[in-house]
Design a protein. Structure first.
Length: 137
C-alpha cells in the first residue's frame, strides 16, 4: 500500500504544484495550514506521519487514509487498493467536512480544481507505472 500511495503522491502534475504554491501563500495570510515541503520518496507512511497537506490517519493492508483538520474544514482522502480476477484497482475517495463559513467559501473556490486534480494524478500514475515497467525490461 505504501508504494501505491507514494506513486500517487509523486504523480502530481506540474500545474498542481504551481497552484499549491499560490494557495499556500494566500491561505497563510488568513492563518490556515500550508503544505510541508517533505520529500515523498524519503517518507515512511505510518500513522501520524505527514507529507504535504496530508497526515496519515490510518493504514491497513489495502487502504491508507490521509487527511488533515484545519479551522475552516477537515478532509479525508482514502487510497484503496482492490484486486478482482487478478487485476488491481486503485480507488481514491475524498470527504470534506466544513467547520464554518470560511470552509464553505474556500471549497467553492477550489471545488472545480479538485475535480481535475485527482484524475490528472491518476493519469500520471498510470504513465509512471508504464515507464517503470518498461525500464525494468
Amino acid at each position: 500500500m505504501g508504494s501505491i500511495t507514494k506513486l500517487f503522491l509523486t504523480s502530481v502534475p506540474t500545474w498542481v504544484t504551481y497552484l499549491m504554491k499560490i494557495r499556500d501563500r494566500l491561505v497563510s495570510l488568513i492563518g490556515l495550514k500550508t503544505s510541508s515541503r517533505s520529500k515523498i520518496q524519503n517518507i515512511i507512511l505510518k500513522q501520524g506521519s505527514s507529507i504535504g497537506l496530508f497526515r496519515v490517519i490510518n493504514r491497513a493492508s489495502h487502504e491508507i487514509l490521509l487527511g488533515e483538520d484545519d479551522r475552516h474544514l477537515n478532509f479525508r482522502v482514502s487510497i484503496l487498493l482492490d484486486e478482482v480476477d487478478g487485476l488491481k484497482y486503485v480507488t481514491v475517495s475524498t470527504v470534506v467536512y466544513f467547520n464554518n463559513w470560511l470552509g464553505r467559501l474556500y471549497f467553492v473556490v477550489v471545488r472545480r480544481v479538485h475535480k481535475a486534480i485527482v484524475p490528472a494524478m491518476l493519469k500520471n500514475m498510470v504513465c509512471n507505472i508504464k515507464i517503470n515497467t518498461n525500464s525494468s525490461h
